[in-house]
Design a protein around this ligand. Sequence first.
Ligand code: ADP
Ligand code: MG
Length: 677
Amino acid sequence: MSTLFSDIESLRGTGKVKAEKYRKIGIDSVYDLICHFPKKYFDFHCNVSVQNAITDEYNCIKLKIVSKLPIHTTRNNLIICKAIATDGIEDITVTMFNNIYAFQYLRTGYEYYMYGKVTENLYGKEMTSPIYIHANEKNHIQPQYRLTQGLTVNMVKADVKQAIGIMHNEPFETLSEDIRRKYSLETLMWSLENIHFPKSMKSAEQAKKRLAFDELLRLQLGMLIMRKNSEKHTAFKMKKSTNISDFIKSLPFRLTGDQKKASAEIIGDLCSDIPMNRLLQGDVGSGKTAVASIACYFATKNGIQSALMAPTEILATQHYKTLSGFLEPFGVRVCLLTGSMTTKKKSQIRAEISAGNYDVIIGTHAIIQKDVEYKSLGLVITDEQHRFGVSQRSALAEKGDMPHKLVMSATPIPRTLALMIYGDLDISVIKQLPAGRKPVKTYAVTGRVRSRVFNYIRQYLDDGKQAYIVCPMIEDSESDLFAVKSYAENVMKSDLKNYNVEILHGKMSAQEKESVMQKFHDGKTDVLICTTVVEVGVDVPNASVIVIENAERFGLSQIHQLRGRVGRGQSESSCILITDNTSEECRHRMQIMSKTNDGFEISEEDLKLRGPGDFFGNAQHGLPPMKIADLSCNIQLMNDARQCATEIIADDPLLEKPYNNPLRMEVIRLFDKDIIG
Ligand code: ADP
Ligand code: MG
């Protein structure tokens, strides 16, 4: 007997071969199949007459097959199937290419709803490559699925029907009636049935809402539980009286108000025995590193080791330089540990770390490897955290007894999304930029004026400044997009032939990247032609102009990140966006970039333009994958899910009450490990 969670192969009519195909698209159990939601629907409701069909568009027409013409194969093996059909008044030709299978099922004298593109020529109207259902089919809305070779829509439909039948025998529900009523949600059973076989598009929407809500809710619950779990532990409680004023006075600048506030919040957390779980959000160049250095100094004075993890070696090295510059004069021992160091060097440093001879350890993910042992790790700082997944966050946390955690992100995220993605964290925000920072002047132009752009760049270069040029690709491809390598070859022969040009991209080894960045940093390179690898936090104050080719390819927040590479020094800086895309949307996006330098405003706009889907779609958030929420969720639903999760957790912090068991199972399934512990 097949049950909901038994193997997909237990379905009637599903043998080894078909089961293998299902597994290929991630379906292992009967329930997985139910959760294989349609990617879209065809609505056969709205049907028109042949006469009223709009030509060159998709129409749905109820047609009776009058006659089928002989199948015809062209010289290049194209199989053409034609039939004459009628709506009772007017005839139309129905044509299918290379689809004998679908054609064979059409029977003369029978009626179908046919959906396809209608064209008109001298001989009359024609519908090409239609999909169809029998006119007596009750479900006028037909699901379409993500498939794989050998798996057809009809097979999936039949199997899903069977699976839903099985679920009817063992129905379950994760949300109480109170919750469903409060957030206007249908039952789980109804929603799972209607996501596959909706009676109307409205039912499909309702089902989608419920299922997306569930997914967001599970995500929130997982986050809140992780948080509750970490609060159960005790962290090292540092001393409020620790004096840091000499250190702050020694910094080469005065802290901004927001920097002071963030530092105070962090220090407040460090002086509690509940482990800190804080996100420090601040626009590029807002001075998060200085705040991090204060936290490290504070920890060191309390006899505690700090670790700072950056996503790339370039960034780790840069942080090492900055922090050792600030901290070493105060006797703080800072070290760098990265993957590309020699084995000998690494083991040497590791030994020193475990002996407690370093206070601040900076590096890439190398610092969270199993073989790194700390003497007294009590503070863990992760920079540019959106590049680290939830699991990496927790791997690092497992290092110390239960260290205080600070996560720094330069991607301003609208508050709702931040709560969604970092639901397990408190948030500090630096909005104010350091005084005297000049906003980067931003221009959007088309490729026709590229030679003028190069004139402009050369003015900067001749002034002793440096430039970045960003391309979306590394190597030439079939697309027309600019690629770093060929672009560099070109300009080195032409527009920039008298300048030092270097390239930087993600396929280079860590060492190559490092040495290129070093040279750029030291001013030996004038122009760096690169992909978005420079996006993250690279700090070269003398770089004053950045050109972004194929600007239409980048999200607003991403362009903002790139733009943050310049404007870090004293002089005026520029950002030039080049795009040949003339669509209204692209123009609007470029306008926003030219108009504002405020990362939070930009991210709000980005959210409005692209919807949360893209924020979730963007694999960088490191969250468990979303199946349906990214297709349909909206801000309201996110807020609802978050509120609901908070209420559930307030009542049952670890989902231990029997009635929360189904929900608990779902949370565990989503996070793919027992975060509940
Ligand atoms: P983020 O990491 O937030 O992008 P950084 O900490 O790298 O920013 O700071 C960017 C630049 O601004 C650095 O060169 C830093 O020395 C400088 N800076 C930081 N805080 C201040 C401040 N309060 N006043 C002036 N300059 C500052
Ligand atoms: Mg930074």
